[in-house]
Each structure stands twice: as C-alpha cells, then as structure tokens.
Design a protein around this ligand. Sequence first.
Ligand SMILES: *Cc1c(COP(=O)(O)O)cnc(C)c1O
Length: 394
Amino acid sequence: MSKLPNLTAAESIPDAAMAEVTRILQSGDLFRYGSDHSPVALLEAEFAQALGSTFALAVSSCSAALFLSLKALGLPRDAKVLIPAFTFAAVPSSVAHADCIPVLCECGDDYRIDLADFAKKLPDCEAVIISHMRGHTSDMEAIMALCDAAGIPVIEDAAHSLGTTWGGRNIGTIGKVGCFSFQSYKMLNAGEGGILITDDEDLIAQAVIMSGAYEHNWQKHPVLHSVFAKWQNRLPLYNLRLNNLSAALIRPQLIALPQRVAMGRRNHDHVAAILDTSPWIVVPSSLPPEQRAPDSIQFNLNDMTDAQVDSFVCQAASLGLKAEVFGRSIDNARAFWNWNFLRDNPDQPKTRAMLNRACDVRLPSRLSLQQCDVVAQTILKALDTTMGREWPNN
Ligand SMILES: *Cc1c(COP(=O)(O)O)cnc(C)c1O
C-alpha cells in the first residue's frame, strides 16, 4: 500500500496572502479601525456577499462570535439556551460566558439533533444554538418551524461547516445569526478568528459595539448609523476584534472556497463509498436538502464491543492513521460528560451511545483520490486486523 498522506497538517497560506501580510507589516497598520477600508472591513464585506447575508462582523474566534450573539440577543442572566449534546466544549462555554445556562439536547446516531428531545426541551429555553457538527446539518426546516412558532431565536454555530448548503441556502443564513471559525482546522485557516453574519441591524449594531468599536468607530461599519445612536455608551466593550493580518490571511482563501468545498465533497464521498463496503461501518447519509462541505469523515463502528473499538483505534494508529472515536478518547472536548464546568449536566444516553461508536478522521480537500484510497484502505485494514475474518452473516 502507498504511503499515508499527512492528514493533520493545516491548509497552507496562499502566496497572495503572504504578499499582503508583508505590505501590512511594512505599513504597521494592524488595527482594524486604523483606516476606513481596512482588510478586516473588506473581509466583512466579502464574507457577507459570499454568504448572501446583509451584515458581517469579524472577531477573534467563533467562540467570541457565539458569545456576542447571545449578548446582542439581550438574554437575561440565567436564561436557558438549548444546545446539542454533541458539540465542541466551546459552545456550552460561550453560553456560560454570557451568564446563561446551557440545556443539552440529545443527538442521534446520524450526529444530528434528536427532534423529539428538542421539541420537549424547547419551551423552557429563551434561545437555541444549533451546531452543525463537522458539517452535519440537522433538520433546519423542523427546527425553524418549532422555534419560529415559539418566538425563540436561533443561532447557527457553523464553525466547521462553511460552504455547506441546506435547500440551496448557505448554512449560517437560516437562523437569526450564523457564526464561523477561522481556527486552523476549519475551512479557512487564519490560526484564530471568527465571524458572525446576520440580517438584523439592531443585533449587528450591538455586536459591533460590544466587539470593541469604542467611541464612534462603528461609523466604519456599513450599518445604518441611526441604529447605533440608541446604543452609544450603553453597552460594555468586550474587545474581541480581529486584526488586519488575520483578515489578510483569510481573504484569498475565501476566493478559493468553492474549489475547496468541491474537492472536500469529492474526497469524502469517495472514501465513504469504500468504507460502506465494510460490515462494521455505517456512514450516516446526509438529509436530502443538505449539500456538505466536508474536510473530515465520520462513521459509526457497528456491532463492535468497546474493547474492539479501542483496539481498532490502536491498530489504525500503528498504521500511522489518527482515527478518533469521540467518546472513547480520554478527555475529548466533544464528549459532554467532560464538561464538568457545567452546574447541571444530566446524562444524554442516546448521544453517549453515538459518541462511543462515532469515529472521526480528517480528510483535507487537498488530498488526491489516490491518497484518499490509501486512507480508506488503512481504515479497512485496521478493522480487518481487529475483527479477524469473523464477518457477520447477513
Ligand atoms: C471549532 C469550533 C468552535 C469554536 O471555534 P473557535 O474559533 O476556536 O472559537 C465552535 N463550534 C464548533 C462546532 C467548532 O468546531
């Protein structure tokens, strides 16, 4: 078998970004409010345009974007916010940061929100965050219908699903606010960074001020200026701004996004088709309205004991492949039982069962199909070694 490609390396930074970074460093103009059409302001305009939303605000991380979204919704202290039990620890953390209380909703073995549990817990909550985990999109039709009927705002955590569409609409434009990450292992790599998008001018005005547009720096944002007047000097300044260097890294990658999405989807579907031939693997299919933008693949290990699952992970590692089963790796930040900072964290048995069998392998869009074959064959080989020749008869 040919050599495994490097799956853990981040995307390299395009040459155009390096030239722009040098220009900015020579000018010293790193602060987003240092000039009128700064790289951060340009990124916001380009991102809003690319996604089809009215406003965008670039900030220091997706966690900051989630926090500002909750703050800009004006939620009172101790308001309950419904979040999926399968998400990254940053999500309950942003809720805690906003002085609110996360309520966890069960997720099924297709990694998506369990709608029955969602409907049951929604009436107690004042806001909802939907994490499209690894780009797996929950049924947004059903979720929006329930939330609209109850008058409850939806924040989309699209940190890891930039480029995914639902019924032809970009993920992140369906709820009231959409939040994205530019951390190195997301679709666009700036090391750190985030952005929120919305069509709501009162929400963006508050988020802009709280992100650190002190005094009249909000005048550098293309938002109706009268909307800011009522918030002047009335909101805390959390200073969660993005700097110009980060924006310069992202802008050329945003232009390349459609290409990255197409290659990521091609690679994912290629590997999924090979893995699906194994009796031990189930790759959950997407819901019909969803067009994914994957940079990784998730699959469930079926009919295997805990010991066999752990042994598979070890076999894969010995072949040089990092395959992580969310719930079986120590201190995994996506396993809700590790969120011991929550005051109340009841068990979510469905989500727990899923996390104990759901395996995660990075699959960068830069891989060739031959390299994808090597990844798929390595997974199958590790499974064969673990399970011996004992194939179930079905
Ligand atoms: C990465 C990630 C976040 C946090 O993004 P940061 O920019 O690192 O704060 C939140 N939610 C999900 C689903 C993520 O994958």
